[in-house]
Design a protein around this ligand. Structure first.
Ligand code: TYD
Ligand code: MG
Length: 476
C-alpha cells in the first residue's frame, strides 16, 4: 500500500515546511502555506534497485544541426514572438491579467491552425456555449476546432495519447487542471506542477504543440511556483491597459528563439486584429490633432528587434502644494526623478518648485533608457511652452553628469522614423554618423547632442529670453 506524506507548501515560493506556520520562512509571505498530501516518493536513484547506469554517448559541440521544424499559427504576430512559428512538441505558457484576451488569442490561434492540423481547445473555465459564442464573434465558428470542457489531466492526457490525438492543444487554464493522484486542490503549487508535467509529457510524446494559459498573481507573476516557467519551453506575457485597445504579446523565455520580440494586437469588436505597423497606431492621434503642442516629444524606441515610435507627454506646472507632485504613467518613476535632477543640477533648470506629470501616450510601457532624452525634451518643451522641432524624433540615454550616451540599434530607429515621415532626429553625439548632415541612407537630418545642456537651445525663444534658468523665475 502506498504510504502518504503530508507536507505544508508555501503557495507563493514553493518552500516545503514540516508543519503549518502563519509565515513562510522561505519568502516571508503570510498565510500562504497549504497542507498537501501525496504518495510518498519512491526514493532516489538506487534506493530500490541496484541497476547500474549506462555510459552516455557524448557528442561534440560542432556538427550539423537542423533548426526545429516550425508550424505557422496563421497569425504572423504570434509566430514572430515564438521566433518564427510553433515548434511541434514544445510547451508554451501564456500569462496575462484576467480579461486581457488570452482566451480570445488562443481560440484564434486554434481556429487558424485547425485548417492545417488537428486542434483541440480544452477549457476548464468556461462552458462550450461560451466558447462557441466567442468563436461566432471572432468569425471563426466554421473552423474545425474540437472543444472540450475538462479539468482532469488524466482524461486530457489519454485523449492526447490516443491514435487520432491532436497536433495542437490549448489548455485554458493550467490553474483549473488537476491530477487525481494528488489530494491538493486545483491551482495549488503541487497540482499546477503535476498537471503541467503530465501535459508536457503527453505533448512531447506525440509531438504536439501545447499552449497553456496561466493566470497571473496580483504582483503580475504567473500564479503557482516559478517551476512552471522552468518546465515549459516558452513563456509569453500578454499585456496591455484594459482601457486601451492595443495588446502586446511579449516573450520572456524561449528555448527556440529570441525573447525580445513583441507582437502587437488591437482588441476590436471582432476579436484581436494584428498590428503590423505599431508606430502608426501609437502616433495616430498625434497625426489627427495636427497642431504642434508643447510638452510632447516622439521617442524612437526599440522593442526587441522592432522599432516603435511613441509620444512622450510632459506637463510641468507650478506646484499647488509645498511638496511638488511627480506622477508618471508608462515609465519608471525613479528614472523621471533622475532626469529631473540632472536637468536641475547640470542644466540649471528650475524644476524643484513645480509639479511634473509624465505620460507615455497610448498606454504603452516604455522601459529602455533610450527614452531619457525624449523625456527630457518633453519636460523642457513643457517648461518653456515651446514645441519640439517639427517632425523630429529623439532618443538617447542620459548619464548623471548630463552626458548623452549611445543607444543600441540606432539605424533601425532612424529607418522607422523616416518611414513614418519624420525629417530629423536628435541623437547621441557619439553615434551621429555624418555630424549634422543628413544620412543618405534614410534621409533624416541628424542633430547630435553630447550633453543635455545642448538640448536647451532648441527650445529657447528667439528673443533670447531664456525664462527657464533657475536664476530667473519669470515664468510660472
Ligand atoms: P478573454 O479572452 O476572455 O480574456 P482572458 O481569457 O485573458 O481572461 O476576453 C477579454 C476581453 O476582450 C473581454 O472583456 C471582452 C473583450 N473582447 C472584445 O473586445 N472583442 C472580442 O471580439 C472578444 C472575443 C472579446
Ligand atoms: Mg480566459
Amino acid at each position: 500500500m502506498a504510504k502518504t506524506v503530508t507536507r505544508y507548501v508555501c503557495q507563493s515560493c514553493g518552500t516545503v515546511h514540516r508543519r503549518w506556520t502563519g509565515k513562510c520562512d522561505g519568502c516571508g509571505a503570510w498565510n500562504s502555506i497549504v497542507e498537501e498530501i501525496e504518495a510518498a516518493a519512491p526514493g532516489g536513484i538506487g534506493a530500490g534497485s541496484r541497476a547500474k547506469g549506462r555510459k552516455l554517448d557524448l557528442a561534440s559541440l560542432s556538427g550539423a544541426s537542423a533548426g526545429p521544424p516550425r508550424r505557422s499559427s496563421g497569425i504572423a504576430e504570434f509566430d514572430r514572438v515564438l521566433g518564427g512559428g510553433m515548434v511541434p512538441g514544445s510547451a508554451v505558457l501564456i500569462g496575462g491579467d484576467p480579461g486581457i484576451g488570452k482566451s480570445t488569442l488562443l481560440l484564434e490561434v486554434a481556429a487558424r491552425a485547425a485548417t492545417e492540423c488537428a486542434a483541440v481547445y480544452v477549457t476548464g473555465e468556461e462552458a462550450v456555449d461560451q466558447i462557441r459564442m466567442r468563436a461566432a464573434r471572432l468569425g471563426v465558428a466554421d473552423a474545425p476546432v474540437e472543444l472540450a470542457t475538462a479539468t482532469s489531466v488524466r482524461d486530457i492526457a489519454a485523449s492526447m495519447d490516443a491514435a487520432d490525438g491532436p497536433d495542437l492543444v490549448v489548455i485554458d487554464s493550467i490553474q483549473t487542471m488537476f491530477v487525481d493522484t494528488l489530494e491538493a486542490a486545483p491551482g495549488t503549487v503541487s497540482q499546477v506542477r503535476a498537471s503541467a508535467q503530465e501535459l508536457i509529457r503527453a505533448a512531447k510524446k506525440r509531438g504536439a504543440v501545447l499552449l497553456l494559459v496561466g493566470h497571473v498573481t496580483k504582483e503580475g507573476a504567473i500564479a503557482g511556483p516559478r517551476v512552471l516557467e522552468h518546465m515549459v519551453d516558452t513563456v509569453l506575457y500578454f499585456e496591455g491597459e484594459r482601457s486601451h485597445q492595443f495588446r502586446i504579446l511579449r516573450g520572456v523565455k524561449n528555448r527556440f528563439g529570441p525573447t525580445d520580440e513583441i507582437g502587437v494586437f488591437e482588441m476590436t469588436g471582432r476579436g484581436l486584429a494584428e498590428v503590423p505597423n505599431p508606430s502608426a497606431l501609437f502616433l495616430g492621434e498625434r497625426e489627427e490633432s495636427g497642431a504642434r503642442a508643447s510638452g510632447a516629444a516622439v521617442l524612437a524606441s526599440m522593442e526587441g528587434s522592432r522599432p516603435l515610435l511613441v509620444e512622450i507627454q510632459a506637463l510641468v506646472a507650478p506646484a499647488t502644494f509645498a511638496a511638488p507632485r511627480r506622477a508618471v504613467i508608462g515609465w519608471d518613476a525613479a528614472r523621471l526623478h533622475m532626469v529631473l535632477a540632472v536637468l536641475e543640477a547640470r542644466c540649471g533648470l528650475a524644476l524643484a518648485g513645480r509639479d511634473v506629470y509624465l505620460n507615455v501616450a497610448g498606454g504603452l510601457r516604455v522601459a529602455e533608457p533610450a527614452a531619457d532624452l525624449a523625456v527630457a525634451a518633453a519636460l523642457v518643451s513643457s517648461l518653456t511652452d515651446s514645441p519640439m522641432p517639427d517632425r523630429a524624433v529623439v532618443f538617447g540615454e542620459i548619464g548623471l553628469s548630463g552626458e548623452i550616451r549611445a543607444v543600441s540599434q540606432m539605424d533601425n530607429r532612424l529607418k522607422e522614423a523616416a518611414k513614418l515621415g519624420f525629417e530629423s532626429a536628435i541623437v547621441p553625439k557619439r553615434q551621429a554618423r555624418a555630424g549634422e548632415n543628413s544620412d543618405p541612407r534614410n534621409g533624416l537630418r541628424q542633430k547630435s547632442i553630447g550633453h543635455l545642456a545642448e538640448l536647451l537651445p532648441l527650445f529657447e525663444t528667439p528673443a533670447g529670453q531664456s525664462g527657464i534658468r533657475a536664476g530667473s523665475r519669470g515664468r510660472g
